[in-house]
Design a protein around this ligand. Structure first.
Ligand SMILES: Cc1cc2nc3c(=O)[nH]c(=O)nc-3n(C[C@H](O)[C@H](O)[C@H](O)COP(=O)(O)O)c2cc1C
Length: 449
């Protein structure tokens, strides 16, 4: 598939038919991934006014949206270049969040009082595309408009040439998961800064693309995050506290420490309470425009745990109860060890990990309500939950690894769910092998980092 292949979903709207076809052909199975495929240069606007942000950024929460330098820390922790990693005979820039194949097809734009800008992670700078305050026009393109004008609007796009050459058609689904991961990161940080925050998935995409000057055959808007007034002073972080505020202040620290457990896991048990805490954090309500309207109940995602070595749990598949948070054993249908293809990297990683947490959703019911775009809305939510799991596992001193290469049919039999519900992404969790790979950090350790 060429990098400029038509973006999913196809227009005109087909009530889910195009999404079903896409899923059957491309979205339901990870293809051979060509990681040597050419990578495009970073997106930049050389003709735009460059606004450097304070460097080095600090790992802390808090932002001011009325001037560019009030956003530097937030942008760096959301999507900057936060570490340098040597390994495998090479060096690469590490980012504060995962991306399928480390392709980072997402681009981050923002609209605030001082204009419309593109964030350039490598230079930690803003490129001002328009000096005008376009927040009103952007809000007008949203279906669920916030009551008050947001102080800050983040526009999350995906660029096809960044991951389609490596992933082929599956890259479109990967983009939606990646967008969810990025939205999840922004939600966590803005929420920790005490600001009202909401992710928008229903909007006039063509109109927003025009505002950004994007050619949708190359790059298109995938999600919008609106933020209210945040605090600018860092939150105090007591050494021991049950105060949720203290937990939020730990978000920058978790973001800085999070990375994929690339050296694998030690095959040892982890305590059940840690798993329950991670799942509870993941299951928190997503502040979004998704759960409004009819069919809202089908918007909910379910969480499952395929336990290998979790103290107090027999190795088996368990479903988390949304009501009580408890794990209930799923009737045995298939051997959980067959979740990943025999002989694959995934099988080995799964063998070492203490458990695989599965994020499960329903495509069919959502198509009735939201049409084709439900496909993206659902995968975006899965990405948000996956990022929450990664950050929460880091907070619990555990390693994590997102995976899409499980056997979908096995996974769907394993969860024994009602028809239509399917596994959207898997996150392996366990004690990371060795010392891990924190890399050389490029952020100053700020308060709460
Ligand atoms: C949606 C998604 C799916 C991923 N799937 C896989 C996978 O199937 N196998 C794998 O080894 N890594 C997978 N990753 C992890 C990326 O390879 C990893 O995030 C990337 O190399 C960047 O490294 P870091 O997470 O340490 O910053 C996935 C990441 C995301 C966001």
């Amino acid at each position: 598939m060429s990098a400029s292949a038509p973006a999913y979903p196809h227009t005109p709207e087909s009530g889910g038919e195009a999404a079903r076809l896409y899923h059957a052909e491309h979205g339901c199975k990870v293809p051979y991934i060509d990681l040597s495929a050419p990578r495009p240069e970073a997106k930049s606007y050389p003709a735009a006014e460059a606004v450097p942000l304070p460097y080095p950024p600090r790992a802390r929460t808090g932002f001011r949206a009325d001037r560019p330098d009030g956003l530097g820390d937030l942008l760096a922790l959301t999507y900057g270049v936060t570490r340098v990693e040597w390994g495998g005979g090479g060096v690469r820039a590490g980012r504060p969040l995962p991306s399928g194949g480390a392709a980072y097809p997402g681009e981050l734009y923002l609209s605030a009082e001082f204009g419309l800008c593109h964030y350039l992670p490598s230079a930690h700078a803003l490129e001002r595309l328009n000096e005008a305050d376009l927040r009103r026009q952007i809000v007008d393109a949203l279906e669920a408009q916030p009551a008050e004008r947001p102080r800050l609007i983040l526009l999350l796009t995906s660029r096809h040439e960044a991951n389609l050459p490596a992933f082929g058609g599956f890259g479109h689904r990967m983009q939606t998961l990646d967008t969810g991961v990025l939205a999840g990161q922004a939600l966590a940080l803005i929420d920790a800064a005490g600001a009202e925050v909401r992710v928008h998935t229903r909007f006039d995409e063509a109109r927003l693309n025009r505002i950004l000057g994007l050619d949708p055959r190359a790059e298109s808007v995938r999600a919008i995050v609106t933020a209210g007034l945040g605090h600018d002073a860092p939150l105090p972080v007591p050494a021991f506290s049950t105060d949720p505020g203290a937990n939020q202040a730990g978000i920058p620290r978790r973001i800085m420490a999070r990375h994929t457990a690339a050296d694998g896991f030690d095959a040892v048990s982890i305590p059940l309470p840690r798993v329950l805490e991670i799942l509870e954090t993941a299951a928190e309500e997503i502040p979004s425009d998704i759960r409004t309207g009819h069919g809202a109940e089908f918007a909910s995602l379910d969480l499952y745990c395929v336990a290998n070595r979790v103290d107090g749990l027999e190795p088996a598949c368990y479903k988390r109860s949304a009501a009580t948070g408890a794990l209930g054993r799923v009737r045995e249908t298939v051997d959980p060890r067959t979740l990943f293809p025999s002989g694959s990297d995934g099988e080995l990683a799964h063998f070492q990990a203490a458990c695989a947490l599965l994020i499960v959703g329903d495509y069919e019911h959502g198509y009735r309500e939201h049409g084709d775009r439900w496909y993206r809305m659902l995968n975006l939510q899965a990405g948000i939950l996956a990022q929450r799991i990664g950050l929460s596992a880091t907070g619990a001193g555990l390693g994590s690894m997102l995976r899409c290469d499980y056997q979908v049919k096995v996974a769907d039999r394993l969860i024994h769910a009602s028809p239509g519900r399917t596994v959207l992404v898997a996150v392996l969790v366990g004690l990371e092998h060795g010392v891990g790979r924190p890399g050389h950090r490029l952020l100053l350790g700020g308060y709460g980092s």
